[in-house]
Design a protein around this ligand. Structure first.
Ligand code: BEZ
Length: 236
């Protein structure tokens, strides 16, 4: 049977456009999110345990993401009434790891035709023909895809890591730096490598007191936590 095939979106691409019905009304994506960061994520199915634990966790963290100018929007290939019933069940019945009466206020897209899931490469037939994998797209205020992460059906996501990704991307943009392994606000950041060895050597020799060069291609500098949080979270 012939099926629409799409190139999978890549980091650096404009987020593919779509119009969809959600639990919070119609959305036009990514236009409705212009000026905000947004995490578009898929889950395999409503009324399943790993997804339930994920939604409770993500909904509980939503204010923290919103404070970082980042909105959330979920998707599965279930229909709207399934979504509504599942989210109501979560709110009314599920208590899990200290979370209860959790209200999911971010939109959840219905995608029974799989149009959006196919467009975003969320369907991976080797894993499932009928369920989207756990995909995460972090999209910037200009609608550019900045990070893509995929998890299989059996593996629940780490939402602290997704928050770290958003803050790290915002920090990289705001301070023109890169962030090293396991970076958290307050840790040293990486000064971009200069174009040629000669320039890098000169920079190594003339570096400021808060910069450490481990070699010509690897310089870090201090960037304190307050400066990061003030800038990316607009804190006074
Ligand atoms: C879950 O969320 O628990 C789940 C969903 C689809 C397949 C396996 C697990």
């Amino acid at each position: 049977m012939e099926q629409n095939t799409y190139a999978m979106p890549r980091i650096g691409d404009q987020a593919p456009e779509f119009k969809a019905v959600t639990t919070q009304g119609q959305v036009q994506f990514p236009g409705d999110y212009s000026g905000s960061w947004v995490i578009l994520f898929s889950h395999p199915a409503d009324f399943t345990p790993v997804c339930t634990s994920e939604f409770m966790t993500f909904a509980s963290l939503e204010p923290k993401f919103n404070e970082a100018n980042c909105k959330l929007i979920g998707l599965s290939v279930d229909g709207l009434y399934s979504h509504i019933a599942w989210l109501r069940t979560i709110k009314e019945k599920i208590e899990y790891r200290g979370m209860k009466q959790v209200e999911v206020n971010f939109p959840l897209i219905e995608d029974i035709t799989m149009e959006v899931a196919l467009k975003y490469g969320m369907m991976m037939p080797g894993e499932s023909n009928t369920k989207a994998v756990r995909a995460v797209f972090v999209i910037d205020p200009k609608g550019v895809i900045r990070t893509i992460i995929y998890y299989p059906l059996s593996l629940g996501r780490n939402f602290d890591e997704l928050y770290r990704v958003v803050i790290a991307l915002q920090t990289a943009d705001a301070f023109a730096v890169a962030t090293p392994a396991d970076w958290q606000p307050g840790d040293d950041v990486i000064v971009p490598t200069a174009g040629s060895c000669g320039i890098a050597k000169e920079r190594m020799e003339n570096k400021s007191a808060d910069t450490t060069c481990h070699d010509w291609f690897f310089c870090t500098r201090k960037l304190d936590k307050d400066t990061v949080l003030k800038k990316v979270l607009n804190r006074p």
